[in-house]
Design a protein. Structure first.
Length: 301
């Protein structure tokens, strides 16, 4: 088949799209990658939570997919809203990269050793709230831009440390830059973090079959549970919500967090259930968070 993959133009997005391209090409398909600029790429000076745009990094790519301008979309799954446009579906979730949040220190000191008043930069409200909860004596500041841009800002002294997704650093060959990774019980990752979504049009059976070999059942099950929890909670960029699922002895384990942006209140939950029904496990997590008081935080946001 001739297949056109739609992708953002950042180094990380292109790494991901080219990874899919290479495997489809090895399977005998003729594949090219088409770069599509998204709202998130244009609004670089706007905090994510105040952009007002749903699907900030996927909207234009999904529009191209719906229109038939591309055949397959490759996304960082954490960027994909839980409610997809009519007619589109996630046909494959490849094996997941490290889902943890990574701490990068300019001077090499750990998070606990960072000086009082040290500046940690992150674009995520989810990370900001959990970092503030762990240490109320540091300054958490916003930052935008791709991985290279953020690393340059760190080296120039705009901040003392960064917190970013470990998966992006690993994919770009920057594993050595990581000072350490936070355990999910300390800083719970974003829903879908470390996973890729390969999106196609519903009913396009030949394309769905063409990408099916890229699907990893464990990765797909864990992100289904996480996305079910987020869908029930109804949160977006404006609410610090994290969820991380894993397969343990054939059962699905999931932890989650809902927090106030300032870190003054943080609710955690941990449930497990049958891997045969990932959505039910995710919903159980969400319901427990709501019972503990997450609804109040969500309504405030």
């Amino acid at each position: 088949m001739r297949i056109v993959i739609g992708s953002r133009g950042s180094a990380l997005a292109l790494w991901q799209a080219n990874w899919v391209r290479d495997r489809l090409a090895a399977a005998g398909h003729e594949v090219k990658v088409q770069v599509i600029r998204t709202s998130g790429d244009r609004l670089v000076g706007v905090p994510l939570e105040s952009s007002g745009t749903k699907g900030l990094f996927v909207k234009e790519i999904e529009e191209a997919l719906t229109a038939g301008a591309i055949d397959v979309a490759v996304h960082s799954l954490k960027d994909l809203p839980t409610e997809q446009p009519p007619g589109l579906t996630v046909s494959a979730v490849p094996a997941r990269e490290d889902a943890h949040d990574a701490y990068i220190s300019r001077e090499g000191e750990s998070f606990t050793a960072l000086r009082v008043g040290g500046r940690i930069a992150t674009s995520s409200l989810r990370r900001q709230s959990q970092l503030r909860c762990l240490r109320d004596d540091i300054e958490v500041v916003p930052i935008r831009g791709n991985v290279d841009t953020r690393l340059r800002k760190l080296e120039s002294g705009e901040c003392d440390a960064l917190v970013v997704a470990a998966a992006g650093l690993i994919r770009l060959g920057l594993l050595s830059r990581i000072t350490h990774c936070f355990a999910p019980a300390k800083v719970c990752p974003a829903v879908g973090q470390g996973a890729l979504a390969i999106e196609t049009r519903e009913g396009d059976r030949p394309l769905a079959e063409a990408v099916a070999f890229l699907d990893d059942p464990v990765a797909h099950a864990t992100v289904r549970a996480e996305r079910a929890a987020l869908r029930r909670l109804g949160g977006g960029c404006a609410v610090p919500i994290g969820a991380h699922a894993s397969m343990v002895n054939g059962r699905l384990d999931i932890i989650g967090v809902v927090a106030r942006p300032d870190g003054s209140k943080l609710i955690r939950s941990h449930v497990s259930g049958s891997s045969s029904n990932p959505e039910a496990v995710g919903l159980a997590l969400a319901e427990d968070l709501l019972r503990q008081g997450a609804r109040e935080i969500l309504e405030e946001a």
